[in-house]
Write a protein that binds this ligand. Structure first.
Ligand SMILES: Cc1cc2nc3c(=O)[nH]c(=O)nc-3n(C[C@H](O)[C@H](O)[C@H](O)COP(=O)(O)OP(=O)(O)OC[C@H]3O[C@@H](n4cnc5c(N)ncnc54)[C@H](O)[C@@H]3O)c2cc1C
Length: 441
């Protein structure tokens, strides 16, 4: 019998498992896929010369746990470009301070007065206060960066929020170095990691869980549920979903009040000799390509950070939802159409210059069912409610259980795992000492 079963081998589950094992618990981690890392997915396709992020790409400052891990494992980071452009009918122009423009809008959100307002409510209420440009940029931030639907996202949760353009880093050797570091630490501490094991059922009573994943059945004193919100919200019969017996009715209500954002992200590799020909001259000067924003239908935001002939396209929120049902080819076609307009070249020219294409549809992936969570109207306390342990036996980790601004991020996920591990240590120690007390009485 294990002391603890951890369900989910993303960075949250790995951090929880490693921490518990370092404190002497016997831990088994069950992961559905044939790899660890969940929404951190680094591809290394032939001919690309550098890793390609299909999931998380950026790392933000302000979280000690992840930076401690990076230092310990000597994982190289590099500041991401802070250069932002806007593509209009006049051409591509620099945006001087996109951060301030967005903040100028979100700073006007008044949490006390605007309880129960969505971002869309706030925007229609404050229509006269902002220029149409500032309104559009703030809406694009909510849809693109938060991956949210403005009518569903809590206005209060956006108070003072903006893009992080200066304290944003990339991992040139691949984000999966973070996964590998956490996995190495966990294994070294004695965690048993079992891949290809989608958990289907957790039968539980106080102090005992039985976890079923195909023919694997594990009993333990506690479980850490480190699953994506999309998986927790899936109907019990759907692939990837986990049935709790008895049902967790209170948690089901909390989950129903939370939202998963959707994103489509594509990466194009260009033939080197055609690459310079398709880039507008302006993007070769000043700070380089960096990030190019636009209001073009399909995939409106693009960036190039490596100096290689590689471009990443991004669309989030309502526009991403329109694309998630498309085939890989359909997504490629839409992305090329958008980029051709932004660069002002013919789609056929662009298409002829593309050597390869990479994407991953996180919304159709049964083990993620969306990109990352955002805070819904009225759901400001949901992350906190979701992370509350049940009967000192079921514990919860994962980005959707993270604190405030850390919701939906990589750095929030391992922190939530460490928090869940701390809760288990306290609960099992207490239970152990009660047993000892009973024995001695
Ligand atoms: C396209 C995209 C871009 C992103 N960009 C960034 C970024 O730049 N910066 C940033 O900070 N964040 C970014 N994020 C968000 C970030 O990737 C996540 O917040 C973080 O990786 C979540 O970690 P987690 O451990 O909570 O969940 P996951 O990584 O999703 O881990 C959960 C694990 O549970 C497994 N699982 C699912 N169902 C079962 C089951 N039934 N049984 C067993 N295992 C199961 C999954 O396979 C997965 O491995 C991005 C996400 C996406 C999708």
């Amino acid at each position: 019998m294990s002391d603890v079963v951890v369900i989910g081998g993303g960075v949250a589950g790995l951090a929880a498992a490693g921490e518990l094992a370092r404190h002497g618990f016997a831990v088994t981690l069950l992961e559905a896929r044939d790899r660890l890392g969940g929404r951190i997915l680094t591809l290394r396709p032939k001919g690309w010369r550098a890793p390609v992020a299909a999931g998380a790409e950026f790392l933000h400052t302000g979280n000690d746990a992840i930076w401690k891990l990076l230092r310990k494992h000597r994982i190289q980071t590099k500041p991401a470009s802070a250069c932002h452009w806007f593509s209009t009918s006049r051409g591509i122009e620099p945006i001087d301070d996109i951060t301030k423009q967005i903040e100028g809008v979100t700073a006007k959100i008044r949490p006390r007065r605007m309880q129960g307002w969505s971002f869309a409510d706030f925007m229609s209420g404050a229509a006269a206060d902002f220029s149409s440009e500032d309104r559009a940029l703030a809406t694009e931030f909510v849809e693109g960066f938060q991956a949210a639907i403005p009518e569903k996202m809590s206005a209060v949760a956006l108070q003072g929020e903006t893009l992080d353009t200066t304290e944003q880093f990339v991992l040139p050797r691949g984000y999966d170095r973070v996964t590998a570091a956490l996995a190495a630490d966990a294994r070294k501490a004695g965690v048993k990691i079992v891949l290809r094991s989608p958990v289907k059922e957790v039968a539980w009573k106080k102090g005992r869980v039985t976890v079923r994943a195909g023919t694997t059945i594990i009993t333990a004193r506690a479980v850490v549920v480190a699953l994506p919100l999309g998986v927790l919200a899936a109907a019990r019969s759907e692939r990837g979903a986990v049935r709790f017996e008895p049902r967790l009715r209170e948690k089901e209500k909390v989950i129903a009040g939370m939202e998963v954002g959707h994103v489509i992200r594509v990466t194009l590799r260009f033939e080197r000799r055609r690459w310079t020909g398709i880039l507008p001259r302006v993007l070769k000067r000043r700070g380089g390509f960096g990030f190019v924003h636009s209001r073009i239908d399909g995939v409106p935001t693009w960036w190039a950070l490596s100096g290689r002939p590689v471009l990443t396209g991004w669309v989030g929120g309502p526009s991403a939802r329109q694309l998630i049902g498309r085939s890989r080819c359909g997504i490629r076609e839409k992305a090329l159409g958008s980029l051709a307009k932004i660069l002002d070249v013919a789609t056929t020219t662009l298409s002829g210059a593309v050597a390869d294409f990479a994407t991953h549809n996180w919304s159709r992936d049964p083990f993620s069912r969306g990109a990352y969570s955002y805070i819904a109207v009225g759901g400001e306390n949901c992350s906190e409610q979701l992370r509350q342990p049940v009967n000192a036996t079921l514990f919860f980790a994962g980005e959707a259980t993270a604190d405030g601004e850390e919701t939906g991020t990589v750095h929030g996920a391992p922190t939530s795992g460490l928090r869940a591990a701390g809760e288990i240590r306290a609960a099992l120690r207490k239970r152990g000492s009660r047993k000892r007390n009973r024995r001695s009485a």
